[in-house]
Design a protein around this ligand. Structure first.
Ligand code: ADP
Ligand code: MG
Length: 498
């Protein structure tokens, strides 16, 4: 991903803007929709892969950008030129100066040498001084490692070499935009890799590249991959959020998702309510809050391409946080119902695993935040490396008399605190549940556990070190005080126990 540090100032339009692009092919049975409203923005210097099943509309889309075919409706603006409005002559002139096109099957003129094939477009478009043209053509052939073959006829070189020559030819007019329809589709993998590397270099130097490819590995290595399904673009942020999914699985998610827009500030899910949907944020940003006695505090901020709502679906069914559209812009989400969500998880173990980690991390974050109301950054720092532990019912978590300098916050389930009296009898002094903590007494006292704690049902807890404890106590106004007070109460209660 090298597009992050190349964000254009918000006032400039992207290099390519495609709006509501539609294409119907005419057939005896009536119009056949091949593109059903494509919107796309591409910045200068981006290397974009266009992927999708055969027949999904990739070539149709690409042909609208090259002007080889014309849209039924919609707009295509490239470098400020609305190319959908150009007539044939205007289009040809524009193409000659701005565009390099590469097809799957190299189309070299058979009666010209490779060098002459590359000089030709410069001549046709009146580019460069006549004496510069051969020199430039030679340079381009060297760029694709064909310098030694410059004076051969196309038939005298291999298919891979012809394809590389076709790429050199596409570069002849020094195009700002290269459009390639399966340029490596007929090549062996080594040649394909060379061409990909060449494209990558050109993109790094500022050339914008749109490349249709069937090669998932190549598609993964570019700045962006645009997935086309049935003449529509599957939202890029959906694909990014669910990056473990195959194109087919993504298309299925798109089919089952419902897209909804929430105005800035609107609540999308509310803590404590039952949750039946999973959300992927497609546009805008959301803030995540947890509620605590003093009010609500921020635990996360999510940008497009992130998800939320998974906790309730993966666990208790109750929302563990409140999520609101933030900032000035509306939030656009793709909502999946519980059935689709669970199918999604089953279809991708890798996604399920990542989801499990996110659920755990959020659970830790939310419970700690509910206790501490830390500053948002401090919370992220503190929780970055914490992991949950699970204890079976009856398992001992800490043992009275043992040394310990950690304390525990309960995420899920429950524990029993058992105190062994000086006379040897054991008494149940407390039952604790989610959001409550234990182990603080040894930490505050002489480092020896004053009671045993065992899981009374399946218990998920997070263990914090003395350093974590001190960090929190130092940064959270009420927390240290609260823990000390509670430790005092617990000590008094133990001593008063029958
Ligand atoms: P892809 O490149 O993704 O394989 P295409 O853009 O070639 O897909 O095709 C998209 C759809 O449009 C397909 O259903 C295809 O059959 C149809 N199609 C493409 N070209 C024409 C045409 N000239 N006339 C009628 N239908 C076409
Ligand atoms: Mg095609």
């Amino acid at each position: 991903m090298n597009d992050t540090n190349r964000a254009a100032p918000p006032t400039t339009e992207p290099f390519i803007v495609v709006r509501e692009l539609r294409k119907d092919y005419l057939s005896p049975a009536g119009p056949v929709p091949a593109l059903r409203g494509i919107d796309l923005r591409v910045e200068r210097g981006e290397f974009v892969a266009v992927i999708g099943k055969s027949g999904s509309g990739k070539s149709t889309f690409i042909n609208m950008l090259t002007g080889i075919d014309r849209p039924s409706s919609g707009e295509i603006i490239v470098g400020g030129t609305p190319i959908h409005t150009l007539d044939e002559r205007g289009m040809a002139a524009w193409r000659g100066r701005n565009l390099g096109i590469v097809f799957q099957f190299f189309q070299m003129l058979p009666s010209l040498t490779l060098l002459e094939n590359i000089v030709l477009p410069m001549e046709l478009n009146g580019l460069f001084q006549p004496r510069e043209r051969r020199e430039r053509a030679m340079h381009l052939l060297e760029l694709v490692q064909l310098g030694a073959h410059a004076h051969k006829m196309p038939a005298a070189v291999s298919g891979g070499q012809q394809q590389r020559a076709a790429i050199a030819r596409a570069l002849a007019n020094n195009p700002a935009l290269i459009i390639a329809d399966e340029p490596t589709g007929s090549l062996d993998s080594r040649t394909a890799a060379q061409i990909f590397e060449l494209f990558r270099r050109l993109a790094a130097e500022g050339t914008t590249i749109l490349m249709v490819t069937h090669d998932d590995d190549l598609a993964r290595r570019v700045d962006r991959a645009i997935l086309i399904a049935d003449g529509e673009v599957v939202h890029e942020h959906l694909a990014r959020a669910l990056k473990e999914l195959s194109p087919d699985q993504l298309v299925e998610v798109k089919r089952r998702a419902e897209v909804r827009t929430f105005p800035a500030g609107a609540t999308i899910v509310r803590q404590g309510e039952a949750g039946h949907e999973f959300f992927v944020l497609l546009e805008g940003a959301v803030d995540v809050f947890v509620e605590r006695p003093g009010g609500e505090t921020l635990v996360d901020q999510l940008a497009a391409g992130r998800w939320f709502g998974e906790a309730a679906l993966a666990g208790s069914g109750v929302r563990s946080a409140t999520v609101r559209a933030s900032g000035a812009a509306p939030a656009v989400v793709a909502a999946l119902d519980a059935g689709a969500f669970h199918q999604l998880i089953e279809s991708s173990p890798a996604l399920a695993e990542r989801l499990g980690r996110v659920v755990e991390r959020n659970q830790i974050r939310n419970q700690i935040q509910a206790l501490t109301a830390l500053d948002f950054r401090a919370l992220l720092d503190l929780t970055a490396n914490l992991r949950a532990q699970t204890f079976e019912p009856g398992a001992t978590i800490i043992r009275q008399g043992a040394l310990g300098d950690t304390f525990f916050v309960i995420l899920e389930g429950g524990v029993e605190v058992l105190w062994q009296r000086p006379d040897g009898a054991t008494v149940l002094v407390a039952r604790l549940g989610p959001g409550q903590f234990f182990g603080e007494m040894a930490l505050l006292g002489d480092g020896r556990r004053l009671a045993s704690v065992r899981a009374s049902q399946l218990a998920r807890v997070v263990e914090l070190s003395r350093a974590d404890f001190e960090q929190i106590a130092g940064r959270s106004a009420g927390f240290g005080e609260q823990v000390r007070r509670l430790a005092e109460q617990r000590r008094a209660a133990n001593e008063a126990a029958p």
